[in-house]
Design a protein around this ligand. Structure first.
Ligand SMILES: [Zn+2]
Ligand SMILES: [Zn+2]
Length: 220
C-alpha cells in the first residue's frame, strides 16, 4: 500500500514523543512541507520531531558558537526521525516556529474517528435509527476520514441487515483497511442473521444445512 503524507502524520501523532537529549523536553511535531521543498526533501520524511525549547542548551549555545566561530547568525535545534528514532542537529536561522504543530491541533486530530468526533456521533445516531442508507453513503465516501468510514462499516455490521450485503459486495474498496472492515461487517451481518453466502451460487442462505437451499450444492 502506498504510504501517504496523511499516513505518516497519523503514525507520528500517535507515536510516543521523543525527549530532546540536550534539554530533556518532549519534542514537538514539525511539518517539513511548510519549509522549502529542497530543504524538506533532504530528510526524506514529511514530518520530524523537533525540540522547540528556546532554552535548550543546544539552541542557546549554538547562537554563541556560530557567531564566534563563523560570524554567522544561526544556531541548531535537535530533530529526531520518526522512523529510526535517530537524532540530529539541524541549522536554524531564527526563533521561528512555523511548521511546528500545536498540541491542540494534534489532540483534535487524534480524536478523529473516536467517540469524541462529531462525525462518529452522527453515525451513531444513524445506527440508532436503523438508517442503513446514511451509514452506507458515509462508508462509500472517499473524502471521509478512513477511521470514520471504518466506524460506519462496523455499525453496518452491528445492524445485521441482510439488505446491506449486496451494496457492500458491489462496491470496490480501494483502501485495504476499509476493505478489511467491510469483510468483517459482512461476517457480522451473517452472524446476527444466521445466514451465509453460498460459495457456488452466491445466494444468501440459512447457515447450518449441509446443502445450499438455492442451488443444492454441498456446503460442507
Ligand atoms: Zn532541547
Ligand atoms: Zn448455492
Amino acid at each position: 500500500m502506498v504510504v501517504t503524507k496523511a499516513d505518516v502524520y497519523e503514525k507520528v501523532i500517535f507515536a510516543e514523543r521523543p525527549v530532546c537529549p540536550y534539554c530533556g523536553n518532549e519534542m514537538k511535531v514539525w511539518a517539513l512541507y511548510q519549509i522549502s521543498f529542497a530543504c524538506g526533501s533532504r530528510w526524506g520524511t514529511p514530518y520530524l520531531f523537533i525540540c522547540a525549547n528556546d532554552e535548550c542548551r543546544l539552541f542557546v549555545d549554538g547562537w554563541e558558537h556560530m557567531r564566534q566561530t563563523y560570524s554567522r547568525p544561526c544556531s541548531y535545534r535537535c530533530v529526531c526521525y520518526p522512523d529510526s528514532g535517530k537524532t540530529e542537529m539541524m541549522a536554524v536561522y531564527s526563533y521561528d516556529k512555523s511548521g511546528m504543530i500545536d498540541e491542540a491541533t494534534i489532540a483534535a486530530d487524534k480524536a478523529r474517528g473516536t467517540l469524541k468526533d462529531p462525525a462518529v456521533q452522527q453515525l451513531l445516531s444513524h445506527f440508532q435509527s436503523g438508517d442503513i442508507g446514511n451509514l452506507l453513503s458515509c462508508l462509500f465516501d472517499r473524502d471521509v476520514y478512513y477511521r470514520v468510514r471504518l466506524k460506519a462499516a462496523e455499525l453496518i455490521g452491528e445492524l445485521g441487515l441482510l439488505e446491506a450485503i449486496e451494496p457492500l459486495r458491489n462496491y470496490r474498496f480501494r483502501d485495504q483497511r476499509i476493505a478489511d472492515g467491510v469483510r468483517n461487517a459482512i461476517r457480522r451481518i451473517h452472524d446476527i442473521a444466521g445466514t451465509q453466502e453460498c460459495p457456488y451460487c452466491a445466494e444468501i442462505v440459512e447457515a447450518g444445512p449441509a446443502t445450499c437451499s438455492h442451488c443444492g450444492r454441498s456446503l460442507s
